[in-house]
Design a protein around this ligand. Structure first.
Ligand code: 8YV
Length: 321
């Protein structure tokens, strides 16, 4: 009889996922869903074979360097892996996996929610109704921007970006995209590829950020690039806060250079730049891109499929290091 491997699960996961963990592994669960300190996490990893972290755990080179030798895999419960120092894991021979595909639909839904929320002033409207300050109606009341037929520029035409493009087409939007490489034209569905981000920006009534955070994309939306957008453009970010220079975005929202922003992700979550909260033209969500029952189950199962493969000495399908 083979002994079950020990897995440290850093956050509370869906019941079905935890049940599968209990069936196939010896999981060290976190029923209170408390955010562990680095020292707590390292202590929990003593004698463990694998970790199943979320993006809330920062597995820096220093942390990875301190992991016990028993840890052979980091099976992320996330598609983004910017919280893990992949090189440090590789150097220690630790396999790292993520959970692509299964959250593309859910995240694209939130991108469209952010787009509509920003364009149609949803935060302002909701506040008015909830606070009982809604006193009147007039043709000039709460007038926003229509997105139907407008141009959207998607930065990062990966799995999520492609679903955002399809949903945007449902609003008759003219889709443009920038990616490191042009995607297979069969997948483009009439979207226009721009090898140069700077050349795409002046065409974007809406800019949707859908690329991973890497050293190359950090701070990508800065003052200079915002200046290249048309006046009154809308910015949507459902990828990572690190893509945005907050001071530049906030200044552009304050000045009216940008009409509005719909944001689900931020630098330094959840302690976001407080100025975002004071803006009437910001539509703000708390990093819920993948937060549907269906998707969270699928993410957990995908992470476990990867873990199963590692311990069966197979190549996991979503290996990133
Ligand atoms: C997840 C995400 O909820 O998967 C990602 O990269 O950003 C989110 O949708 C989160 O990362 C879970 O760890």
């Amino acid at each position: 009889m083979s002994t079950k491997h020990v897995v440290v699960v850093t956050r509370k996961l869906p019941e079905a996922v935890e049940n599968r963990l209990r069936r196939d592994y010896v999981p060290r669960l976190n029923p209170d869903d408390r955010l562990y300190t680095t020292d707590e996490l390292l202590m929990l990893c003593e004698g463990a074979d694998a970790i199943m972290p979320c993006h809330t755990e920062r597995l820096t080179a220093e942390v990875i360097g301190r992991l016990p030798d028993s840890v052979r895999a980091i099976a992320n419960f996330s598609v983004g892996v910017d919280h893990v120092d992949l090189q440090a894991a590789k150097d220690r021979g630790i396999v790292v996996t993520n959970t692509p595909d299964v959250l593309s639909d859910a995240t694209a839904e939130i991108a469209i929610l952010c787009l509509l929320g920003a364009a149609r002033r949803a935060s302002e409207g909701e506040r008015l109704v909830r606070s009982a300050e809604w006193k009147d109606w007039s043709p000039a009341f709460m007038v926003g921007v229509q997105i139907t037929g407008k141009r959207i520029g998607i930065v990062g035409m990966g799995r999520v970006g492609q679903v955002v493009a399809r949903r945007a087409r449902g609003f008759d939007m003219d889709v443009h995209y920038h990616n490191r490489q042009r995607i297979d034209p069969a997948l483009e569905q009439e979207a226009t590829y721009h090898p140069s981000l700077d050349e795409m920006l002046p065409l974007c009534d809406v800019l949707s950020l859908n690329c991973p955070a890497t050293p190359e994309t950090t701070g990508l939306l800065n003052d200079r690039r915002i200046g290249l957008l048309p006046d009154g453009a809308i910015v949507v970010n459902t990828a990572r806060g690190a893509l945005v220079d907050d001071d530049a975005l906030i200044a552009a929202l304050e000045s009216g250079k940008l009409y509005a922003a719909g944001l689900d992700v931020y630098n330094n979550e959840p302690a976001i730049n407080p100025k975002y909260r004071d803006l009437t033209n910001s539509f703000l969500l708390p990093h819920i891109g993948s937060a549907t029952r269906e998707t969270r189950d699928a993410m957990g199962f995908r992470a476990l499929d990867n873990l199963d493969a590692v311990f069966a000495q197979d190549e996991p399908q979503d290996r990133v290091a």
